[in-house]
Design a protein around this ligand. Sequence first.
Ligand code: DGL
Length: 264
Amino acid sequence: MDKRPIAIFDSGLGGLTAVGALLDLVPNENLVYFGDTGRVPYGTRSRRTIRRFAAQAARFLMGFDPKALIVACGTASTAAMGSFDCGVPLVGVVEPSVKKAASVTRNKQVGLIATPASVRTGAYSACMRAADPDVTLTERDGRLLVPLVEAGRVNPGDRVTGLLIEEYCAPFREAGIDTLILGCTHYPLLSGYFAAALPGVTLINAGQTAAAALSGLIKPSGLEQPGSLRFFVSDDAEGFSEQAVLFLNRTIGAEFVDLEEVLV
Ligand code: DGL
């Protein structure tokens, strides 16, 4: 038994897709989350900056003595995995989602939509080559989607969201993919739009696959009741709590943390 929490990190809200999956898979684990809402988005930044932010987030979370850390951010997973040492099992979203996609595709045509920084690193394509060299990965950056999700434009019938997703999905239709990796943890909130634009295509939720990979690595807490949940953000805690309902279908409380103050 190991009551230490699982730590989860994202640039903002998207990592809550991993939290939602953990609440289903391992409800009796204690969780501690950091969303770097004061510096989101990461997806348009340089690798050097993303690495610095990710290392700071990991350092903050290590203060909670976690038993494992999930980098529940596609961008940080592609740009910063391996660039900091945390001394506990570390899971990002790239490998679990790629392995899942490689295992479910039938026609070996897989799509990836992720942030510009994620696509630029080539991390998903390198991982796919290793997982199954026969798979062709069609990649596309969805740079306008994170601001839409952060603005809550996720409900069915949003014309702007619908048009954008249609446009982003055109190369996937042309390639005839049967599986699409939603390689940014914000995107599962737009699953309905992707499903409508790409009928019959299997959608892979990167945060969910990371949560599933991690739950197989940890020693259970042994708690007989739901674990504790703590959420920290580097900007507006109230706003985060309000938007979190979209991801978790429940209300949560979040605490503000000033990383510059706590990491001195
Ligand atoms: N959650 C981030 C990711 O998965 C997207 C938001 C950002 O650009 O920081 O890449």
